[in-house]
Design a binder for this molecule. Structure first.
Ligand code: GDP
Ligand code: MG
Length: 177
């Protein structure tokens, strides 16, 4: 998990967006610090976190931005999107409404961010399979139609979180190389 003495070849800014309480902050905590908290207030106020990893022998510093609760007031500003080369669009598989809002987030993203931004759609909380309200196929179909990567994750169980970040970061890396 990161080494301060390392030479950095790339810095990639990636933004997390999606409705409140879908698990954005916990996905980030899992990726950046391998932590998880059931108390969502634990991470409020944090602007971004970084983790340095190696992709094809180059060190890539991922700078992951979290909305710090601003999404509740729809006050995610253009500064948030500025310079972002990747985006993770998150919904909660147990809350249909959070998936139904995805087209709005996508529209906001496309109007504020660079047009070449790499986007992954993420259905979080797969550990709550018995409460699932969004079929995997629906999301897969939507992602395909919109040209997005797609994965289902559990920040709680640490399922696919690493994979989701690697998918975005590797694609950004490949576009640049
Ligand atoms: P945010 O508002 O999108 O940043 O959501 P948070 O990361 O604060 O998470 C909201 C709530 O969902 C918190 O109580 C988290 O502990 C919980 N949560 C986040 N990810 C998961 C997950 O993968 N599974 C379960 N069961 N709960 C989760
Ligand atoms: Mg949050």
């Amino acid at each position: 998990y990161g080494d301060a003495s390392q030479k950095i070849d790339y810095v990639f800014k990636v933004v997390l967006i999606g409705d409140s309480a879908v698990g954005k902050s916990q996905i980030l905590a899992r990726f950046a610090r391998n932590e998880f908290s059931l108390d969502s207030k634990a991470t409020i106020g944090v602007e971004f976190q970084t983790r340095t990893l190696v992709i094809e022998h180059k060190s890539v510093k991922a700078q992951i931005w979290d909305t710090a609760g601003q999404e509740r007031y729809r006050a995610v500003t253009s500064a948030y999107y500025r310079g972002a080369v990747g985006a993770m669009l998150v919904y909660d598989i147990t809350k249909r409404q959070t998936f139904d809002h995805i087209p709005r987030w996508l529209e906001e993203l496309r109007s504020h961010a660079d047009k070449n931004i790499v986007i992954i759609l993420i259905g979080n909380k797969t550990d709550l399979e018995n409460q699932r309200a969004v079929p995997t196929e629906d999301a897969k179909e939507f992602a395909q139609k919109e040209g997005l990567f797609f994965l289902e994750t559990s920040a709680l169980e640490s399922t696919n979180v690493e994979n989701a970040f690697l998918t975005v970061l590797t694609e950004i890396f490949n576009i640049l190389n």
